[in-house]
Design a protein around this ligand. Sequence first.
Ligand code: FAD
Ligand code: SF4
Ligand code: SF4
Length: 411
Amino acid sequence: MNAAGRDPGEVLRQHLIDPEICIRCNTCEETCPLDAITHDARNYVVDPEICKACGACITPCPTGAIDNWRQVLRVNVYTTAEQLTWDTLPAPIEVAAAADDDDLPPEVARITAQASEGQGGHVPPPWSAAHPFVNLYPLSRPAVATVSGNFRLTGDDASSDIRHIVLDFGATTFPVLEGQTIGIVPPGTDAQGRPHHIRLYSVASPRDGERPRYNNVALTVKRVTEDHSGMPVRGVASNFLCDLKRGATVNVVGPFGSSFLMPNHPGASLLMICTGTGAAPMRAMTEHRRRQIAQREGGKLMLFFGARVPEELPYHGPLMKLPRDFIDINLAFSRVPGQAKQYVQDRIRARGDDVVRLLASDQCHVYVCGLKSMEEGVAQAFRDVCRRHGNDWDAMLPRLREQGRFHLETY
Ligand SMILES: Cc1cc2nc3c(=O)[nH]c(=O)nc-3n(C[C@H](O)[C@H](O)[C@H](O)COP(=O)(O)OP(=O)(O)OC[C@H]3O[C@@H](n4cnc5c(N)ncnc54)[C@H](O)[C@@H]3O)c2cc1C
Ligand code: SF4
Ligand code: SF4
């Protein structure tokens, strides 16, 4: 035992970030509940003294750079100072005492297996999802897009400024699917002189372009003017994007995401729950289905969409024009004067019978997207409506995830 009471001969599987793939988006650092992840201008690194291999950071990482593990003796553990100098990951070293997981102490084997799977495991895409392209443009070689449109979606008197921004890729190949994200590289540096980290934005247009057969992608971007506790701030990337004029150019990395994708087989149903800019992937999926309306292949679209007031609901006008037999729309507004506050979870409860009927079908695929704060309320609503019908949501959820039928993206 050393002074810290640890056995230097102990074998552990160290959690590392691949510097070649990492796009420095900061998602893992924001996600880690233990603050085990730090960065400098060069690399994102995991502190081996803090990381408990809980796996919470694995699924949110858009590139997979976070999902790297090396067996090392505790005495040889890679320090954060070492990791900060890397351009590539070190080659795996054979640790004779523990050549495979069977030889690891049971507790180490358990946590490393869990961590490799991510929180709740990796969620596969629906079986009929199209093949996504990912990581085509790394930070070292971003694609350059030209802004071909930027207009405000929220009403003039609405307090939030949410914009529909169209990026044209010209002759550059940038294939995306509904549900994927792209990374925007904001120009300039932060207060410490480091390049701004990348921010992710969901694709809001269908795979064949915002304008069909044009090489363009739409985003739904909210201008961040206050932080989550309501204090005034000027969000770096969202203000950069919202202020862009037509003709301006933007560096883009990605695309990312190989799980939050839509099914493509006849009869597949979508149960979509979103708030605010979480509407972006739902708009992309709905629009893809709308463009195929002539080939009606069955499968229900049911949408629960929340905002403070109708004026703050992106795409409210076009959404309300969609045929009722094409999509079942349920809106929830939490700040309409003179009306009781309603959240998406209230609407889910109100439509509980239909939600449970849809969930009971193997064809149903569930998508949840929006601010992190919606997660618990939506989970509780599913729990309640399932219980009312003699079902157990917590038992159903792992099966839905395994089958690529439950996808959550909150930020
Ligand atoms: C997978 C994924 C998909 C995303 N898709 C979208 C999308 O489609 N549209 C979109 O607008 N954003 C989306 N985001 C969020 C986006 O990546 C940025 O985090 C967001 O635009 C804020 O970046 P910023 O640079 O403007 O603010 P920052 O400069 O990063 O932050 C400024 C301050 O504001 C706080 N803050 C950050 N975001 C918010 C917020 N949304 N509300 C209130 N306070 C905030 C931060 O905590 C910080 O204190 C997505 C994020 C992820 C992880
Ligand atoms: S890509 Fe983003 S989330 Fe993944 S390791 Fe790098 S900084 Fe972390
Ligand atoms: S595995 Fe858990 S503790 Fe380790 S870096 Fe990721 S989120 Fe943090």
